[in-house]
Design a protein around this ligand. Structure first.
Ligand code: FMN
Ligand code: EPS
Length: 347
């Protein structure tokens, strides 16, 4: 099992939700490339926990834990003019201090496993030590350092004309904002939670990146996306719906336009044979409902080894999906930059 992600760009995330700080080390970033500190801060703010007062849906879904998520660079950059930073080519390390921990919320959870969270897996693997306050390394909080590395990768890709855009297209099975808002407030009142779908589109990615079998781009993207806690599915292009179509409907007709091969439709989601084909790369990510909920759930007290009922307290997202949108962009940007660097930058 890997602690680092990537082949050419290697990303390691450290810390825990309730440790002093969490951070990221990135090896292999191109020397001399620049990024904007302010743009990175804006990107971090899209994911950061705590109500922001700007968006009713995002606010009603978010945990009450407030963290400014200010990025502190420890090595790997030089400050330049106009809020820019230049990558020095050595390992980059950046961290965020955890300022709003409330570890007492997790006292009971050291002996009672939360259904749906990482507790069962962590306990079976590591015993009681695996049950860390705040969910330890399993927490959604660990996506903040992922967003530092991914936010920089997004800026580097943008300079090459590659854009990565995600949005939520469903929450609790609803797609209309009014219905989503109602579903979220009902779930919150009932001390329950919701899941949803984040759709992502990558435009401008070069053709010919990826390969057969284990070199496939879909597998690489899926591997990065599954590092995000609460992800339970990913589909590319027509995805599961495509399995219900005929070949004649699902195949994308190939056309010649100005000497370029393009496809009329994009059921393949921009990838054929694991290789990018120049069409937009399109995929959708399924997030499960937030596991920690206040309503009654059956579980086991592992100190007494007895079945019991848990009504979990603490501060939790009613739905992780709005805050996971930039995380999907970050995870996608990291794997795409990594894959592209592997093919040589100058195609
Ligand atoms: C941005 C984000 C925020 C999250 N917030 C919470 C939360 O407040 N409470 C919770 O129980 N789970 C939350 N999760 C999900 C859990 O971290 C996740 O379900 C858990 O670690 C188990 O991993 P698994 O669902 O991938 O099996 C969040 C996930 C993300 C990506
Ligand atoms: C802090 C964040 O989200 C946390 C993710 C999370 C979990 O179990 O995943 C549980 C909660 O942690 P705590 O109980 O410490 O408030 C969330 O607030 C964050 O995303 O930055």
């Amino acid at each position: 099992m890997k602690k680092e992600f990537g082949e050419n760009l290697r990303v390691e995330i450290y810390g825990e939700s309730h440790s002093d700080r969490i951070g990221v080390i990135v090896k292999g970033l191109p020397r001399g490339a620049e990024f904007h500190r302010e743009k990175l801060a804006d990107f971090m703010a899209r994911r950061a926990p705590g109500k922001k007062g700007g968006n009713r849906i995002a606010d009603s879904a978010a945990t009450a834990r407030k963290e400014p998520d200010r990025v502190v660079f420890l090595r790997g950059i030089q400050e330049a003019e106009a809020g820019k930073a230049i990558l020095t080519g050595e390992e980059l390390e950046a961290c965020i201090y955890n300022t709003n921990r409330r570890s007492g919320d997790y006292d009971e959870l050291r002996k009672v496993l939360r259904p749906g969270h990482a507790d069962l897996g962590a306990y079976l693997k590591e015993g009681p030590e695996g049950l860390r306050p705040g969910g330890g390394r399993f927490s959604g909080r660990m996506t903040a350092p992922m967003c530092i590395a991914g936010g920089i990768a997004l800026q580097l890709l943008a300079k090459k004309g590659i854009s990565v855009h995600a949005e939520y297209t469903e929450i609790g099975g609803k797609s209309e904002p009014k219905e989503i808002e109602q579903a979220l407030s009902r779930a919150a009142e009932e001390k329950d939670s919701l899941g949803g779908i984040v759709s992502c589109r990558v435009s401008g990615f070069p053709v010919g990146v990826g390969g057969a079998l284990y070199e496939g781009l879909e597998g690489a993207i899926a591997s990065s996306i599954f590092a995000i806690p609460a992800v339970k599915g990913i589909e590319f292009g027509s995805g599961f719906e495509g399995s219900r179509m005929r070949g004649s409907e699902n195949n994308d007709p190939i056309l010649l336009r100005d000497g370029h091969l393009i496809t009329e439709t994009n059921n393949a989601g921009g990838i054929n044979g694991g290789i990018s084909n120049g069409m937009d790369i399109e995929f959708r990510v399924a997030f499960k409902p937030t596991p920690t909920i206040g309503c009654e759930q059956r579980t086991v007290n592992i100190q007494e080894m007895k079945e019991t009922v848990l009504c979990a307290g603490g501060r939790h997202d009613v739905c992780v999906v709005p805050r996971a949108v930039p995380v999907v962009e970050a995870a996608a940007a990291l794997v795409l930059l990594d894959a592209w660097m592997g093919e040589g930058d100058e195609r």
